[in-house]
Design a binder for this molecule. Structure first.
Ligand code: MG
Length: 160
């Protein structure tokens, strides 16, 4: 068994879609980034990469590479899962928290979990997606951006 942890944050900006867990959530502003800026999926990717000793998403998919421009982060997650599989590792479960002031994400969390579970090849019940506000505190609380945290448990593998 291996545990991985991932964190990510992105700035909110007008004229962008708010993509979280592969879902386009209705919002006046969306997350700014080179890819679709799916902060939740990025945190999950980093957790898996960390667990298998494979660095992080910025090193794997540099934002200077036009190949990743506007790319769906679910495709990046697919590649990360493949990379873990090459090392003999598969994800057992994931737990995550998104921190965002608005909009309210509760109606979308189940579908986000299903999207992530589908790519990981595990039941949606093994993917936790939770959402909180930052109670108005700090940069996230002021609505400047969103953050996400993820922990993942992997099984198998021949990682040294
Ligand atoms: Mg990111």
């Amino acid at each position: 068994m291996r545990i991985g942890f991932g964190f990510d944050s992105h700035r909110l900006a007008a004229g962008r879609k708010l993509i979280l867990g592969g879902i386009s959530v209705p919002s006046e502003r969306g997350l700014l980034g080179h890819s679709d800026a799916d902060v939740l999926v990025h945190a999950v990717c980093d957790a898996i990469l960390g667990a298998v000793g494979a660095g992080d998403i910025g090193r794997r998919f540099p934002d200077t590479d036009p190949a990743y421009r506007e790319i769906s982060s679910l495709l990046l997650l697919e590649r990360v899962v493949d990379l873990a599989a090459e090392k003999g590792c598969r994800v057992f479960n994931v737990d995550t928290t998104i921190v965002l002031e608005r909009p309210k994400l509760a109606p979308y969390l189940g579908e986000m979990a299903e999207n992530i579970a589908g790519i990981l090849g595990i039941p949606a019940a093994r993917v936790g997606v939770k959402a909180k506000t930052n109670e108005g505190m700090g940069l996230v609380g002021a609505g400047e951006g969103a953050a996400a945290f993820a922990v993942v448990l992997l099984e198998g593998g021949d990682v040294a």
